[in-house]
Design a protein. Structure first.
Length: 294
């Protein structure tokens, strides 16, 4: 696979390193720069949106509803703002809403139907019932605050994986809050994905790494490896069926990237400060990557 050249103006919304297709990944985007959740269609147009102040995490649920975090009256140095999680239907009706105090940077609908709320200002994972009641709190090791945590995820076994930014660590907690594993890093993490084999892919400030089940770094790359993308933060992160990584480059030159494990760019969105609003959270909606010649 050839490395991507600086050809991001090749089409209206994307530049493809392989040149076979101009398809755009259908995705939800927590676009804090626009104050909205945006949904992109396969032609690169926005076909759905919903207001969301300072959102950095978003999901499409199996029923088609959209779940996202938000922060109203946001100030990075204050922790008394209303933050929380909302679920809305495709026709923009509110199906679930939870509001707490302080900055909230992640959310997830859990295996038992409750909702995970990553409350950074409180230094806690809040497990919230369908009626908005907090049924459990899990205190993380990092100190409460703006950079306490970014994305937090429940794993298939019920454990929780938390990117604790200011600690430069990704930590795994049992369902009862016991600390099970600690992966120390030389960069600030934003997101982490557990692989089927037990490894963990972590993205953050200009770095991507994979750490195996024994704690060894088995793969890593820097934003310097792909200068054409102008990497700032590898934020929202997904592992594709072909093993590539799809990432949101928050505040960087090219906002969305598909990266191979050989550190080449298979696809990247049109780049430049006016191409897309700044954002961190993504949720792929299927059909990506497109069929390509080999």
């Amino acid at each position: 696979m050839a490395a991507c050249a600086a050809a991001w103006g090749a089409c209206a919304f994307c530049a493809n390193a392989l040149g076979e297709t101009n398809a755009f990944p259908q995705l939800l985007y927590a676009a804090e720069g626009a104050g909205k959740i945006l949904r992109y269609a396969a032609d690169g147009s926005v076909d759905w949106e919903y207001p969301a102040e300072m959102s950095r995490d978003v999901w499409q649920l199996p029923n088609g509803n959209v779940l996202f975090s938000f922060n109203r009256n946001y100030d990075s140095k204050r922790h008394d703002n209303p933050g929380g999680v909302m679920e809305v239907t495709p026709d923009r009706r509110v199906a679930f809403s939870f509001v707490t105090t302080g900055q909230v940077w992640s959310c997830q609908r859990l295996l038992d139907g409750t909702t995970l709320v990553g409350a950074a200002s409180q230094g806690c994972l809040l497990i919230v019932g369908a009626k908005g009641d907090v049924v459990r709190k899990i205190r993380v090791k990092n100190a409460p605050g703006h950079s306490c945590m970014r994305h937090a995820r429940q794993l298939k076994d019920g454990h929780f994986l938390v990117a604790e930014e200011s600690a430069r660590a990704v930590r795994e907690y049992a369902a009862d809050g016991a600390l099970l594993r600690e992966m120390m890093l030389d960069f600030r993490p934003f997101s982490a994905v557990r692989l089927d084999g037990g490894g963990t892919v972590i993205g953050g400030q200009k770095r991507l790494v994979e750490i195996d089940a024994s704690g060894c770094v088995v793969w890593s790359m820097s934003g310097d490896d792909i200068p054409q993308a102008g990497v700032r933060w590898f934020a929202g992160l997904a592992v594709l069926p072909n093993g590539h990584l799809f990432v949101c480059n928050a505040g960087g030159r090219a906002t969305f990237l598909e990266i191979g494990r050989d550190k080449t760019v298979a696809w990247m969105s049109n780049s430049g400060p006016s191409s897309f609003p700044v954002g961190h959270g993504i949720a792929l909606l299927g059909g990506w990557p497109p069929a390509r010649e080999r």
